[in-house]
Write a protein that binds this ligand. Sequence first.
Ligand SMILES: [Zn+2]
Length: 658
Amino acid sequence: MTSIKISSDVFNKYHTNGKLRLSTGYVQEALEKQGYPGHDGVVQILKGKEDIGEQMGHGFTYRIRICDGIFQYNTLVSADIDDQIKREAEHLVEGAIIAITNLSTFSQGAGIKTSFLITGYTLLSRYHQTLSAPEVKPRSHSGNPAEHHGYRPNIVVEDVWPEAESITSEFQENMSNPPAAKMPKRESGGEASHNRVPAPEPHRSRAPPPPARRGPSNTERGVIPIAMVTPYVNNFRIHGMVSRKEDIKNIPAKNMKIFNFEITDSNGDTIRCTAFNETAESFHSTITENLSYYLSGGSVRQANKKFNNTGHDYEITLRNDSVVEAGGELLAAPKLNLKRVSLAEIAGHCGEMIDVLVIVEKMDAEATEFTSKAGKTLTKREMELIDESQALVRLTLWGDEAIKANVDDYHGKVIAFKGVIPREFNGGYSLGTGSGTRIIPVPEISGVSELYDWYTTEKPHSELKLISQTSGGMSEAPRTIAGLQEMQFGKDSDKGDYASVKAMITRINPNSALYKGCASEGCQKKVIESDGEYRCEKCNKSMNKFKWLYMMQFELSDETGQVYVTAFGDSAAKVVGKTAQEVGDLKDENLNEYNATFERLQFVPKMWRLRCKMETYNEEVRQKMTVFSVEEVNQDKYIENLKELIEQMKGIEDEGSY
Ligand SMILES: [Zn+2]
């Protein structure tokens, strides 16, 4: 092995106060620029060269792992730097420090992270212990520039430059005249560290803690991980980066101001914080997104999961004695903490903020403008999402998000949507986006490559089930009445959940199937009869006519039990096979036929689609079931569905048999 000779030109170009200082944040910068960021980067090699030969038309020769003091990244070194490689390749070893003088990036395909290809470098030094600042542990970069966008850490990671010792001492002498600018002296290692040029093995001493970055010595005292914040922890103090800052919301009716932000610690845990009125204003003006803060004081309460998708069970309400101080620079690396819900399961989370990891199967080529009922001009863009659950769900982007979305960035790509809200319409489901939604294309998290695998290998042969608006929704496995009652089906959603059962009407009272309703268009209020007039309290009007309306209650039974359900409107008409007016006329003209009409509905098995919901009557919670639709039993389909159910149950048994 030959030793490296450093020319004074190289020294002058790359030294900082005579030392070798890593270009912290260089990996992020190169990812943002997708190539050489316009200046050389001093990085350390963590893993030495590994011959990989030629790959995919690129003449790489070596794979190394570099570290800029903050981020680590796997990097290829081009064989085109031939002469230099031949002379110096043996120096591309663990612990060496190089200056990247040219760099390009390329991607080997959708979903595969951007690769760096070094096409020019200067070897600066060998044999350094892995360098890092005491406050930051270098970590792997995901390759997604959006994750740390704009992050330019002011963190010093440096070491002595043994190969430049002779030049350093000259430099030191030159610098010794103005004492203020004296080169900082090593705190440990002393003189010995200067004599390690041809050292046979890596030196064990670590870089000195950079004095410039020391914060107030007591800042770490009493800091607890964000995950540990509960109402039972008194006087908590947390440290993290503000990962999300919202605008102040004004609620004029209540004369109230609200400010929400989220803070994420180095473990990747996030907590939502809320401040009101003056506190809202003062914190809104001091807090900057992507900067680090210590936060102490505040009331901890249960998180409202409708507005909070951090995954934390609690959130913090700031008080006027809460303290938020900037400091303790944290690696801007909040991991993407996805609480993923599969598309087939979104119905169980109606109205809640959830996260999904999906592939965009289809997307409108352009955003479309339309006028809302309130006369506002709105812009939207629809897309269809799929995932391994073989469900297909529609999602709508609004406003700027709809306009700026580029089809190439979405179509056929894995996208994480964080903070979307499943909505129900006519028994089908779609996903809504809002100000709290974050869209992360090709995120660097587990599950992405599995999803791509599924997309390329299994999806072409799978039958996707639309669970959006147009769904009639009889496709899921049927349930039983007792099952729905036992599991209190519908308890997870304010609006209720839908289920299908095969059952028959076993009791129905024709006398209470209809009522006389207000004749006004669109009004369904029951009228009060007096002196041949029909009075509607809602319309505050008396009329000489009324219309018949359905309000049926009947008993449904299957092999497992029975339940009273309610049907009205079009659903009831579908049950009876006649409109309310037709049946009402029968009641007046032919009571026998009227009664027979309801008689005939009994003991005929049908497929019922029920909406189940928990409701409170007199402080007692009861499950209410309403008929959404009814269909003839399609025996083939029913048997198919039962088979599916049996398979699912087998799965449960297998899991339970450990
Ligand atoms: Zn009315």
